[in-house]
Ligand binder design. Structure first.
Ligand code: SF4
Length: 354
């Protein structure tokens, strides 16, 4: 098990910087690293659709306003046909991928997931970015299969890449308090490492504002950097604050402010210099802060998400059309470019930019 030395000079320096460096100084440092890796004035984005195939979950995360316990009348599992119809709508809008995630539903057999992958590839072919490490760990425990088998079988059935959902804060003392029943730090990172080992690319996230310390956040970034140094499999880092409204265990918390967001994003760029892409989380922070984030290390505007059930269940999400998103990127001084999941560029014109 890898451990982070919080007493090292490097750790203490970064913590001091996160706590005390003037905001614009942090932004300048992050921007310098951004331009070192991406020297042009381009900001990328992807059109995709978030499909939450089930909201039934037994993990009971304190911060989740989306899930329903088994037997709750408003629990659902989408049919293959419903998922196919959502993919068709996404493709009609120029969508390049689906983000397929769901609750830890104890009633779904493993074959259902494998069949779903095959069904999508056969009838509605699209890049499937799906099943966060927490879901993979749940499958592994539920179906008594090693993580490597779960990843391999999903991949052989059609899964293309794995999203970094459920990362929250990669420090067990924090996870034990807010998400005790799902993948802990080593398990979560273990799925990522296994996926990279099998040749898949993944993204990595951080959701902060769960009552963790500043040092916990820095430790999270160190863990990301350390794994990336060994595998190189992370394409992107995305962070956002807890959306406390409507959550079962954290609704009395106050959402952390925009300055905290910008400082955290900048620290991610400054520390994780081996992760190529940082996304601006305008969906949670709003377009204006999303634009400012481009001066704090972000080089990507994330996705135009046609659905965002999990975050929007907690109340605060921001929506925009493709036209509004491109305008926001231009107004911030950059050239918008559509991309695929692997960050290659899309040159075909969109049929209609709303
Ligand atoms: S965050 Fe995911 S794992 Fe946790 S309760 Fe919500 S749906 Fe379940």
């Amino acid at each position: 098990m890898m451990s982070v030395d919080r007493d090292s000079a490097e750790f203490r320096d970064y913590l001091e910087m996160y706590d005390n460096a003037p905001l614009l100084e942090l932004g300048a440092l992050a921007e310098r690293e951004r331009y070192r890796q991406h020297p042009d004035e381009m900001v990328t984005y992807i059109i995709d659709r978030n499909i939450n195939y089930t909201n039934v979950c037994v993990a009971d995360c304190q911060f989740c306003a989306f899930y329903r316990r088994p037997k709750d009348a408003s629990g659902y599992v989408l049919s293959f046909e419903q998922i196919g119809a959502k993919i068709d709508e996404c493709k009609a809008l120029g969508g390049m991928q689906i983000l397929l995630q769901g609750g830890h539903n104890p009633y779904i057999p493993f074959d259902w997931y494998l069949e779903l992958m095959r069904y999508i590839k056969r009838h509605h072919p699209i890049h499937i970015h799906g099943f966060s490490p927490s879901e993979v760990v749940f499958f592994s425990e539920r179906f008594r299969l090693p993580v490597s088998d779960v990843v391999r079988q999903l991949r052989e059935a059609g899964l293309d890449s794995i999203p970094g959902g459920g990362g929250e804060i990669l420090v067990d003392a924090v996870r034990q308090r807010v998400a005790r029943k799902k993948a802990q730090t080593e398990e979560w990172l273990g799925v990522q490492e296994e996926a990279h080992r099998q040749g898949m690319k993944t993204s990595v996230t951080m959701m902060y504002g769960l009552g963790e310390s500043q040092a916990d956040r820095i430790e999270h970034l160190f863990r990301v950097r350390e794994l990336q140094a060994r595998t190189g499999g992370f394409t992107a880092f995305i962070c956002w604050p807890l959306q406390p409204e409507g959550t079962p265990g954290m609704s009395d918390r106050v959402k952390t402010d925009s300055v905290t967001y910008l400082r955290t994003l900048a620290m991610a760029r400054i520390i994780c210099t081996n992760v190529p892409n940082l996304q601006s989380s305008w969906v949670t922070m709003g377009l204006k802060v999303g634009q400012v984030a481009l001066r704090f290390g972000a080089n990507d505007f994330g996705s135009l998400m046609m659905e965002e059930n999990v975050v929007s269940a907690a109340g605060t999400t921001h929506r925009a059309t493709i036209g509004e998103m491109e305008r926001a990127i231009r107004d911030a001084g950059y050239r918008p470019r559509r991309r695929r999941q692997d960050y290659s560029m899309v040159d075909e014109p969109l049929a209609a930019v709303a």
